[in-house]
Structures are given as C-alpha cells and as structure tokens.
Design a protein around this ligand. Structure first.
Ligand code: ADE
Ligand code: ZN
Length: 347
C-alpha cells in the first residue's frame, strides 16, 4: 500500500502522457449516453455489464479481442459533437489527474470503416483540442494512428489525407495486431509522413518479438516505440534504444490485459529503465485498464520503481514528447520542491 505522502506526490506531480488512444478511452458512461442518443446498441446497458462483456472477451482473445471491444464501443460516435465530447471528457479526466500535456492517438480508420467522413471526426477533435486548452489547461497533441492490419494502399491514402490537418496532427503511429502485419508493409506510409514532417512512432514488441522493434526502427525510421516490452530479449537492441534515446512509451496494465506481460512484478519497465532505456508510463485505453495516476501508483507499489525512478520516468514523458519540453521547468520546479520537502522532513 502506498502511504499518503506517496499518493500526494503522484497526484501533485505535473504529468504528461505519451500513449493513449481516443477510441479506446471513451468513458463507458459517455459511450452509453451516446449509444442511446444515436440509437446504437451496445452489448450491455450498464457500465458493469460492459465490464463483464469486455473481461470475457479479453480473457479469451487478448489483443484481438480488445480490438473488437474497441471497435464496438467506438461505434456509438456518429457526429462531430460526439467526437468533440469524447476528447473533452478525456481532457477533463486528464485535468483531474494533473495531466497537463497529452499525446492522443486518433485511429480514424476505426471510424472510416463505418462510413464516417474524415471531416466529421477531425473537426470534432480539432474543436476539442482548442477547448481543452482553454477550459482545462490541457494541451492535446494528436498522433494519427494507422491500423496495421489494413492494406498498404489504404494507409497511404490516410496519410495523404492528413495533409489537410497538419495544423492539428503532429505525429504518425501504428497500432492493432502485430503478428502477420510486418512493418515493411507500411514503409511507404511512413516515408510519406516523414516527408510531411510528422513525428514517427509505432506499436512494436507488444504481441510480437524484438525483431519487430528493429523493423520499426530500420524500415519505418521511427524515433519512438509504443510498448517495446520484448526488447529485453535482445541485448543489442537494448543498447541501441539507450544510445539513441528512443523512448518506449509503455502501458503496464494494458500489457497485463493483452498478455504482453505476465504480472506487474514481472513487467519489464523497471529493468529497461535501469538499463538506461528512456521509458515513460501511459494508460493506453484507461476505461479498460486504469488511469495514469493509478499506473504511477502501481509502478511504486508493485513494479519495483523507487520514488526517484518514478520521477525520472514522469520527466521522460515531457522530455521525449513531441511538443511538451516547454513544461520541463514546471516539472523540475515541482520535483525540487518535493525533494527539498522530503529532505527537510527526514532531518
Ligand atoms: N489500440 C489500442 N490499444 C492498443 C494496444 N494495446 N495494442 C495495439 N493496438 C491498440
Ligand atoms: Zn497503444
């Protein structure tokens, strides 16, 4: 159990989050409301019922099952105001945890497959990006997410269509099931995104091996890896991640749900950080899992992080972010106040 001082430390710390998917983060109460408004049935009509449904599917099908849940819950969004409402709910939640900077993956292809025009989704997200800063003081940076299971042509089309939204989208990512969908398939999309000046990241080493992390680095030229759990199998890769300061944006609770890690105690994050690899901690899809404050608490309680290591990990989320380095002085001021306070109390 964490003591009150540690809980306060986590809550008061100004935080950044590098890895969270909008479509996987729709609060279930809001999903039920939107489902009712838009006449889209969900598998249950209470949040408890949804939890039971989700748990039964995740238990059976891991990451594949998760993608099914993700698609089903996201299908309640139909109109621009629905998309805006979802991101506003995320921003409000962020503010309540003192998260001041958030990098959100927007997986438009999950909406495209239901025939929702890109403008509807993007204008909703654009409007929320502005309002979130004004209303909650939360800066949102969008990373457009490719569904790696789709064809190369479809993904290239999506990347081209981002040209119109360069003022609101700063990065390109890639998610969904790794197995059977090698990085090389999306080389053209990433080359195009690089030419457009987008920051490049990809999910790798989550449900497939270290080779896929290498492929993301060598073939797609990413400068960040989402998850990266399997790098521990390859000492040369670990040294490469360290020497080149490639952030692994890790999501411990998500890794437990999808089977990428066996338990909090065995989660690779702390070993990776002690090997010098920059890591940060995020919540991935919080309604299915836990929020960022809880992730940080679990890092201290179960994952063997010391307080100093957690502070360094939290700092990495700003340092290796796309646009959040400007918040480092705020973070450092909080950290030095926290450390002074701790020293004074121990004298
Ligand atoms: N999309 C949303 N969450 C994901 C995860 N954990 N892995 C792959 N794709 C995802
Ligand atoms: Zn993810």
């Amino acid at each position: 159990m964490l003591n009150t001082r540690q809980m306060k430390m986590i809550l008061n710390m100004p935080k950044a989050e590098n890895h969270i998917h909008i479509e996987g983060s729709i609060p279930w109460e809001l999903a039920l409301e939107l489902g009712q408004k838009n006449h889209v049935p969900l598998p249950a009509d209470t949040t408890e019922g949804i939890r039971e449904w989700v748990q039964s599917i995740l238990k059976k099908d891991g990451l594949n099952g998760f993608m099914l849940c993700d698609r089903t819950i996201n299908s309640v969004c139909l109109h621009e105001e629905d998309y805006e409402a979802v991101v506003m709910a995320l921003a409000k939640n962020a503010a309540s945890q003192n998260v001041i900077y958030q990098e959100l993956h927007l997986d438009y292809p999950l909406n495209e497959e239901r025939g929702i025009p890109m403008e509807v989704v993007m204008e909703g997200y654009r409007s929320a990006q502005k309002k979130a800063k004004a209303l909650y003081g939360v800066e949102i940076v969008y990373i457009a997410g490719l569904d790696r299971t789709l064809s190369s042509e479809q993904c290239v089309r999506f990347v081209r269509s981002l040209e119109k939204y360069r003022d609101m989208v700063d990065g390109l990512g890639m998610d969904c099931e790794e197995k059977g969908h090698p990085c090389i398939k999306h080389k053209e999309s990433y080359a195009l995104a690089k030419d457009m000046g987008l920051f490049l990241t990809a999910h790798a080493g989550e449900d497939d091996g270290a080779y896929n992390i290498w492929d993301a680095i060598r073939e797609l030229k990413v400068t960040r890896i989402d998850h990266g759990c399997r790098c521990l199998d390859d000492a040369v890769l670990m040294k490469y991640l360290k020497d080149n300061e490639i952030l692994c944006a890790m999501c411990p609770t998500s890794n437990l749900w999808t089977g990428a890690a066996g338990s909090y105690e065995e989660h690779p994050a702390v070993d990776m950080m002690r090997a010098g690899i920059p890591i940060s901690i995020s919540s991935d899809d919080p309604p299915y899992m836990v929020d960022l404050v809880q992730e940080y608490a679990l890092a201290l309680e179960k994952m063997h992080f010391t307080e100093d290591e957690l502070i360094q990990t939290a700092r990495n989320a700003f340092l290796y972010s796309i646009k959040g380095q400007k918040y480092l002085p705020v973070f450092d001021q909080w950290a030095s106040g926290f450390i002074d306070n701790k020293c004074n109390k121990s004298h």
